[in-house]
Design a protein around this ligand. Sequence first.
Ligand code: DX5
Ligand code: ZN
Length: 215
Amino acid sequence: MNRKIRVSPSILSADFTCLREDVLSVEKAGADELHLDVMDGHFVPNISFGPVVVRALKKITNLPLSAHLMITHPRKYIEEFIQAGCSAIAFHLESEGDPLSIIETMQRNGVKAGLVINPDTGVEVVKPYLKKIDFLLLMSVYPGFAAQEFISDVIPKIKKVKVLAPELDVAVDGGINDRTVDSVIEAGANIIVSASYIFSSSDRKYAIKRLRGKQ
Ligand code: DX5
Ligand code: ZN
């Protein structure tokens, strides 16, 4: 069950005045996909970017684009993100709308469907969806900002999910760095999202390699 670890840099900590260079630098440094944190200022206190930026990134990188929607109404915007070129999209189970219809819309369009839960949401609530989704994203910080402290309560949650759905891809997002990554990999996570650790590193190639776990 030792599957390949995928490293997913979140551009939230990139330098937006030279986004192209920053994206190409993590692509060259070995990233497996790009994590795009979309925030509406309503579901979370912060506002980031929307489909316009996703569409622009699609033109400059070959990396698969994985959107993390921190928005109240994912149903309303899902088609736009699909059209913008996302390969995968995850939305919060704490947001509004019928999760199954959103998941179905994505998969019908060839997009991988993910659900996200916050640190204070138990994994029990995702049980009815585990057979339908392509991946589960577990938050290890409260969403809204990069560079927050890792919340270790995510570890037992990863383990629980791996018992319920051993084959499911499990992503972890928030506070992942060289001090915290081994514990999430050991628990069973195989998609590692990281913003500040990668983008603040002077050696992004090393940072990405380190996030694949101790070799
Ligand atoms: C938080 C975002 C995360 C965040 C991670 O709302 O969903 O993807 O950018 O940032 P770090 O890795 O710095 O904790
Ligand atoms: Zn995220």
